[in-house]
Design a binder for this molecule. Structure first.
Ligand code: ADP
Length: 684
């Protein structure tokens, strides 16, 4: 047993190990592939970055004004769709994006100067406005100051003050008129304080209309103001720009007092809305940059790693970390106050344009496909739109992103574990199967051994039984033979009785020997039958006659119910008689006090039934099947042992089955048994 089990276990262990090794090797191959893919994607990105960087550096050299640079940023943004949020960083930390700047005016536009003569005139007028609260006087005084104003900007300042005083007087129409004069001027980049003069004027006019209840006019003024703000943003530092933009946007969506009839609620046009959203977003980004991020960035910029592109990621609560990449300008560009350019990757463009294109150039084989995962392992992109279950292997990008990973998927949706596991399970199953078969074999073998030893035990019991069975009739024959020979018995009647005893005992002997011989023939497979169509009734009757006296001598009553008419059956006469006699002698042997036996032949459909019924000890249910086995005898406790060979029923069944019939048993322990032979009728 161990000779089978141990090698089996070793082979299974080895095959499981080799499967594991195979899985490991496969993993190495997958890792190689995914690294290759990652390198391909990164080189695609690096190449684009290099082009982008070179072209920006080249162009910056020829763009000097702020407007030019902003145009350059805007055009590069659309020229290089893989990059977004382009941001120029000045030497002193000023930021410049495509639409907005933060901190730039301090360097380039120091503010507007007013000539000294006008300054004096204005101070005079302010006295009457603020100290004397003589607003009409102030208006006259400001009017006079126009003589000293030399530029549209200076005139704009005076108009604004005149308008302000009219408002203070409650003369809004006049005030609006004064402010409208500003709009007619060639104000250009003129400012009042830090705010463009046009913006101040439009804002004030809208307030005037509000005071007058002219909501329609107010709204169109606000729209004009909004357009102005969106098209000409100024630097974010100081916060005035965002203040004006936010309050204007809010004012437009506020329709004014509810009791006003004829409210013309004007919508902001779509293009303006979009631009407003872009500006708001850019403003948010710049303000964010201006805080801690800029600080960190400038410390990074102190130790730049040569001309390479640097990748940094900045925490930005509550949103996800901001990844910002930047490169330094060479010294020549730095002289134009520019230190570096920062940018972000346009993730959508990477995932939808660049990666698919790069991947289409990689030959992967049909079993695997590539996907991009984010830091939470959720799928951002997958080749061929297929829905994967679990990835095989992943690898991080080396430089360009902290959070993204390249993943390899099996196209059948299997993970590495599943792929190896399936094979492993198959071999494990096979091993268990083999083990089960081996165990079954062992059990069968063990049972066969037990059975065989049982048979040999039964055989030896059989020999002793048969010997005894033979001895009894032989002893009787010899005894009566010798008695007759000695001539002691003179009485004719007695002599006749002795002869008949000798005759019957020799018949019993023949029957027994026939049984043993038949059995050995049947066991060897060469028992032959000579079938002929015969009436069954006389055969049974004769057999019964031969044993009648013997049975009656032992105190039995036999009732026979044999039919008068013929029952033709194709049969071997001797064999059938032998089968019947076996049943009859069992009925005698296994009866105790109730010595009553019934023999019956009857017809049932296409069968002839021969039944032998006794009122003897009966057969327990669980033994019924076994009594037909060769040598089998029901073990008996108790003093009275019944002799037998254990062959009778085996032979009987064999004979009946050779006649295409069957044998049935009904029995109840303590009540008796009925054995029935069923043979097919042979009609003409
Ligand atoms: P045996 O020579 O022992 O009678 P058989 O093959 O004829 O061998 O019968 C097998 C066993 O079946 C018997 O040992 C006996 O226990 C049981 N048996 C057979 N016939 C009867 C019967 N009429 N009543 C009770 N038990 C029977």
């Amino acid at each position: 047993m161990f000779l089978i089990l141990v090698p089996g276990a070793i082979i299974s262990y080895l095959s499981l190990r080799s499967i594991q090794e195979k899985a490991d090797n496969q993993k190495v191959i997958y890792l190689g592939t995914v690294n290759l893919v990652r390198d391909k994607l990164e080189s695609e990105i690096f190449q684009r970055e290099a082009n982008f960087r070179n072209s920006i550096i080249d162009s910056v050299a020829s763009h000097h004004t702020q407007a030019d640079l902003q145009k350059l940023l805007q055009s590069s943004d659309s020229l290089y769709p893989a990059f977004k949020q382009l941001l120029l960083i000045g030497n002193t930390g000023e930021l410049m994006a495509g639409l907005l700047t933060l901190g730039v005016h301090r360097a380039s536009n120091p503010g507007q100067k007013i000539n000294p003569q006008l300054s004096r005139a204005i101070s005079e007028s302010e006295k009457s406005e603020f100290l004397d609260k003589d607003y009409s006087g102030a208006i006259d005084s400001y009017r006079k100051a126009f003589d000293d104003a030399r530029s549209p900007g200076e005139r704009a300042v005076l108009h604004a003050r005149i308008g302000r005083n009219y408002y203070k007087l409650g003369q809004y129409e006049n005030g609006i008129g004064a402010y409208e004069k500003i709009l007619d001027l060639e104000t250009g980049s003129c400012t009042i304080g830090q705010v463009p003069a046009r913006v101040v004027a439009l804002h004030q006019i809208s307030e005037g209309y509000q005071a007058l209840g002219a909501f329609e006019d107010r709204e169109s003024t606000l729209l004009e103001l909004c357009r102005q703000l969106l098209e000409h943003p100024w630097d974010l530092s100081g916060g005035e720009y965002l203040f004006y933009l936010r309050s204007t946007l809010a004012a437009i969506s506020d329709p004014g007092p509810l009791d006003t009839l004829n409210i013309l609620k004007k919508e902001i046009p779509g293009t303006m809305k979009q631009r407003a959203a872009r500006i708001m977003e850019e403003a948010k980004f710049l303000q964010l940059m201006h805080g801690s991020i800029l600080e960190q960035l400038s410390s990074d910029l102190q130790h730049p790693s040569s001309s390479e592109i640097m990748y940094s990621s900045f925490p930005s609560e509550p949103g996800p970390a901001i990844q910002l990449n930047f490169f330094l300008f060479p010294a020549a560009a730095e002289s134009a106050h520019l230190k570096a350019l920062a940018f972000q990757f346009d993730e959508e463009n990477l995932l939808q344009e660049i990666f698919p294109k790069a991947l289409s150039e990689v030959e992967l084989g049909k079993d695997v496909t590539v996907g991009i995962l984010n830091e939470k392992d959720s799928l951002l992109y997958i080749q061929n739109d297929f829905l994967p279950a679990g990835y095989l292997v992943t690898v991080n990008f080396t430089r360009f992103s902290d959070s993204w990973k390249v993943a390899l998927f099996d196209t059948r949706g299997k993970s590495l574990e599943q792929l190896a596991g399936r094979e492993k399970n198959f071999y494990l199953g096979l091993f268990i199967g083999i083990l089960a078969v081996m165990l079954m074999g062992i059990v069968i073998l063990a049972r066969a051994v037990v059975h065989e030893s049982e048979i040999s035990r039964m055989k030896s019991e059989f020999v002793s039984n048969v010997t005894h069975e033979l001895k009894t009739p032989l002893a009787l024959i010899r005894m009566f033979g010798e008695t007759l020979e000695s001539g002691i018995v003179k009485e004719e009647g007695k002599r006749q009785e002795f002869y008949s005893i000798i005759h019957k005992e020799s018949e019993r002997l023949t029957h027994l020997i026939n049984n043993v011989l038949d059995f050995s023939r049947i066991d060897a497979g060469n028992r032959e039958y000579s079938f002929e169509k015969t009436d069954l009734v006389p055969i049974i009757r004769n057999s019964l006659e031969a044993y009648k006296f013997h049975i009656r001598d032992r105190g039995f009553i036999i009732e026979n119910k044999l039919p008068e008419h013929a029952m033709p059956v194709s049969m071997d006469k001797d064999a059938i008689s032998q089968a019947f006699l076996n049943l009859l002698s069992n009925a005698v042997k296994y009866s105790e006090d109730q010595k009553y036996i019934q023999v019956e032949i009857r017809r049932e459909k296409q069968s002839v039934l021969i039944s032998v019924t006794d009122h003897g000890i009966g057969i327990p249910k669980n033994e019924v099947k076994k009594i037909f086995d060769k040598f089998y005898r029901i073990p008996r406790s108790g003093a009275k042992q019944i002799r037998g060979s254990g062959l009778g029923l085996t032979l009987t069944r064999h004979i009946i089955e050779a006649h295409k019939g069957s044998i049935e048993v009904e029995s109840e322990p303590g009540k008796g048994s009925r054995f029935t032979l069923r043979l097919p009728v042979q009609e003409n």
